[in-house]
Design a protein. Structure first.
Lengths: 434, 141
């Protein structure tokens, strides 16, 4: 197969070239942070760091880390480095206590992000002539618009199907002849099963590749998706704080995701000591947004556990690869592509005036994540009327949906029935085999 | 006049009902009447017992969620159409019957019926106006 790249100048660049680009961009970025983000000016001043101390990408380790809490403390726009008139887009993802994590983009930032997504589509075999079927959710979530703009940047045809309405998704796949499907891997599984149930032979539809991300998936699941949809399935990585999907993407080798390190400089550090780790060692992934204007995060701790590899890739790309994330260094759950923190669930329960005796159980039923929140019954919640108890369940369910952005089943259980170990409650049971 | 009923939250799992009624037995509380309303995941056991206060204490100590509600008790003769009359009287007064259950009485030829309505005072008044015998806790216990 002929090897094709969206941006060969960068994707095949020498290490020296990449380092020169990274160094120049880091220097510029640090100046931007120092001059335009009071939060960073203070952080730099606190450790006696001046922008002039950063002379190359090697100096990155002199910089302080940024965590999600910093975004929350400066909610909503406190970390933006540009005035409102330069912003062209805002996205947001759910935060830890009901407050969202807000990210802003200038036109340049949207272009950078689209470039990453376009590289991903081409790495998955996409061309200008292809129809890119985007079944990620459109909205504040970055999934939908990320791949959409990537497809348009490439000059391909974006089909903004968004998520849900599987019947219509199947119709589009068959009637429009989508070439590449972009969605969460669990939704891809679901579409595959729905096609089978509807008696559609997947070898008879044109679809030939899928770009799946926003949640953890295994090699097993990849094989199942590839079989059921008769395609090749590629992984994609992104997080809204950094850009969105397209921060890193898989190539035909399917052995890790090439990071757009010309814009998003990666490090892997020990989550406890924060010391940088060498290639191949698993630790927490940290990104510095060296190529972004509106939200230039410095050494942002993603909480994803992965390892980097600079080994030569058979696809020809020289961009560093990150291996499939193994988990998280915090307690964040990803439910159907949506980030959920147990603390958010607790926040909802407390806000309803209930005792925080709860447990989150996550299962994968028919390849879709199902989150059940078990809450211990109390005298105050109980009534002699089944209808009133069910009203309570529905009230909790609605509040969860509003805060988490994803639906949860509510199951009331008997008082003191949830397990406690050494006084500390076991909050999350994740039964998903990924 | 109203009768106190204890409602108990019971998860749908084998043996749980036996455990809960066992707590009452150990506490020396006797069950006069009961009904169970169930959903897929849980049930609500409603009880009229010999000592409501004691029953609530025993169950709470055993970690069971408990709620006390006042309900209306009626004594009706075993004659065709009597219960229909009771329900009609309540309906005419705009009282919705959320649930009802009946049990045997020592009084020959009669049944006791527990009804749960929105307003006990209104229901009691209209029942009495229509010649229906409303009973109090003492007459059951």
């Amino acid at each position: 197969m002929e090897k094709v790249y969206f941006n060969p100048d960068v994707e095949l660049a020498s290490r020296d070239y990449l380092r020169a680009v990274q160094s120049a961009r880091l220097i510029k970025m640090v100046e931007n942070c120092y001059n335009n983000v009071p939060f960073y000016k203070k952080k730099f001043d606190d450790i006696g760091l001046l922008p002039g101390d950063i002379k190359s990408i090697d100096d990155i380790t002199k910089l302080p880390f940024t965590i999600k809490q910093d975004l929350r403390d400066n909610y909503p726009f406190g970390l933006f480095a540009v005035p409102n008139e330069k912003l062209v887009r805002i996205h947001a993802s759910s935060g830890t206590t009901g407050k969202q994590t807000v990210v802003g983009y200038t036109q340049h930032d949207v272009d950078v992000w689209a470039e990453g997504a376009a590289r991903a589509i081409v790495a998955a075999g996409g061309t200008k002539g292809d129809k890119i079927h985007v079944s990620y959710g459109y909205g504040l979530f970055t999934g939908g618009l990320g791949l959409h703009y990537g497809a348009e940047k490439l000059g391909a045809t974006a089909i903004p199907a968004s998520s849900g309405n599987t019947h219509r998704q199947m119709q589009i796949l068959q009637d429009f002849g989508s070439d590449i499907l972009c969605c969460t891997p669990s939704y891809a599984m679901f579409i595959g099963e729905s096609l089978k149930a509807a008696g559609v032979d997947s070898s008879k539809i044109p679809l030939r590749a899928g770009i799946f991300g926003a949640e953890a998936w295994s090699e097993n699941m990849r094989r199942e998706i590839e079989k059921s949809l008769n395609i090749k399935a590629y992984d994609i990585y992104g997080l809204s704080e950094i850009a969105g999907p397209g921060v890193a993407y898989e190539c035909c080798e399917q052995s890790g995701m090439h990071i757009c390190e010309d814009y998003f400089y990666p490090e892997v550090v020990d989550p406890d000591t924060l010391e940088p780790l060498p290639d191949g060692k698993y630790g927490e992934l940290v990104f510095t947004c060296i190529g972004k204007e509106a939200l230039p995060l410095v050494r942002y701790r993603t909480r994803d556990i992965t390892a980097l590899s600079h080994e030569k890739c058979a696809c020809g790309r020289t961009l560093v690869k990150m291996l499939k994330p193994k988990g998280r260094s915090d307690d964040m759950l990803i439910i159907r592509g949506v980030n959920v923190f147990p603390s958010q669930v607790e926040h909802v329960i407390l806000s309803l005036g209930m005792e925080p005796n709860y447990q989150i159980v996550v299962d994968r039923v028919n390849n879709l994540d199902v989150m059940t929140v078990k809450i211990e019954m109390s005298d105050a919640l109980l009534s002699d009327s089944v209808r009133k108890v069910e009203d309570q369940e529905n009230r909790i369910k609605a509040a969860m949906q509003t805060t988490l952005g994803v639906s949860a089943k509510i199951k009331l259980v008997e008082p003191r029935s949830l397990p406690r170990s050494e006084g500390k409650a076991v909050r999350v049971i994740d039964n998903r085999e990924i | 006049m109203a009768i106190r009923q204890i409602s108990v939250f019971v998860e749908n799992k084998p043996g749980r009902l036996a455990e809960i009624t066992g707590f009452l037995a150990e506490g020396g509380v006797s069950i006069r009447a009961f009904s169970i309303a169930d959903t897929t995941d849980f049930g609500i056991l409603r009880l009229i017992v010999s000592d409501t206060q004691k029953a609530a204490e025993v169950l709470k100590a055993a970690g069971v969620a408990v709620s006390i509600t006042e309900v209306v008790g009626i004594s009706i003769p075993d004659v065709t159409g009597t219960f229909a009359k009771v329900v009609k009287v309540l309906a005419d007064a705009g009282e919705n019957v959320e649930y009802a259950y009946a049990f045997l009485t020592p009084e020959a030829g009669h049944a006791y019926v527990i009804v749960r309505v929105d307003d006990n005072a209104v229901a009691t008044a209209v029942l009495k106006e229509n010649g229906i015998t409303v009973i109090d806790e003492a007459s059951i216990l």
